[in-house]
Design a protein around this ligand. Structure first.
Ligand code: AMP
Length: 273
């Protein structure tokens, strides 16, 4: 894989990489299309990374849809797919992990201890194996994108990180591989996440700048329909810290459970999509 990427780059081609865990949907494919539009070669990776799942999480039941993933990737024009087995990425004796940056600490960092350690470790390994010019990530995983950007800067990885907009279903639900877990009624209830986020964005547009009021709106929109809320906050878009007054760079972040399915979503306050 590494030799092939270097061959391409030595021949003057720009190489893009799109890391995924498979169970691909249009959100993933939009990242491949984005990479395609700015690169000569595109590599997609499919790897359900065991080190980013806690023992009680859904690693073993995470959807695996190899055939349709390959069909989707072929359709949007992918030059190579890197899909290692867990024992190839983590052979016996593997013991080196990345200590994630500070921005990994709040929110997902609190709810999923060790998650970003696994994410950073696997992404760094993927960047070593696939020394691309650019890597595309989705804004759907807002904190993850910030964590990766920070790791790339702090460790001088020399790869451009391109974060692309969240792709949604026509009714607003953010596309996610985990949406297949939702029963029809749960899927209806899940819509309150994107609706509440849209409500916060429109309150911001109408002039509301108080974080507590916006968070109140967000929670009010979620409380009736979610079984539990991990967090529903409006925070600084770079540091993810709370400030009394928000601005157009602030982001509303939600993680909540519908039944046993944990969903995350977010909206930047100053963005229309
Ligand atoms: P995953 O396979 O869920 O680990 O996601 C792989 C990449 O796809 C990550 O960069 C995600 O942020 C991105 N992604 C997942 N869902 C979406 C979506 N609905 N829109 C855009 N990107 C997404």
């Amino acid at each position: 894989m590494r030799d092939w990427v270097w061959q391409c780059r030595r021949a003057g081609e720009r190489v893009g990489v799109v890391p995924t865990m498979g169970a691909l949907h249009q959100g993933h494919l939009s990242l491949v299309e984005a990479a395609r539009s700015k690169c000569d070669r595109v590599v997609a990776t499919i790897f359900v990374n065991p080190t980013q799942f806690a023992p009680h999480e859904d690693f073993s039941r995470y959807p695996r849809t190899w055939e349709s993933d390959l069909a989707g990737l072929a359709r949007v024009g992918t030059d190579a797919v890197f899909a290692p087995r867990p024992e190839q990425m983590y052979p016996a004796g593997f013991s080196t992990y990345i200590d994630p940056p500070r921005v990994a600490e709040p929110w997902e960092g609190v709810c999923r201890p060790g998650h970003f350690r696994g994410v950073c470790t696997v992404v760094l390994k993927l960047f070593q194996i696939i020394p691309a010019d650019v890597a595309c990530f989705g804004a759907k995983d807002y904190q993850q994108a910030l964590v990766i950007r920070t790791m790339v800067r702090d460790l001088d990885l020399g790869i451009e990180i391109d974060v692309r907009p969240t792709v949604r279903e026509p009714d607003g639900l953010a596309m996610s591989s985990r949406n297949v877990y939702l029963s029809a009624p749960d899927r209806q209830r899940a819509l309150s996440i994107s609706r509440s986020l849209a409500g916060v964005v429109s309150a911001y547009r109408q002039g509301e700048r108080q974080r507590e009021r916006l968070e109140g709106l967000l929670r009010a929109g979620l409380e009736g329909s979610m079984d539990s809320i991990d967090y529903a906050v409006v925070v600084d878009g770079e540091t993810l810290e709370c400030r009394a007054e928000v601005d157009e760079g602030s982001v509303a972040l939600v993680a909540a459970k519908v039944g046993t399915t944990r969903l995350i979503d977010n909206r930047k306050l100053g963005q229309s999509v």
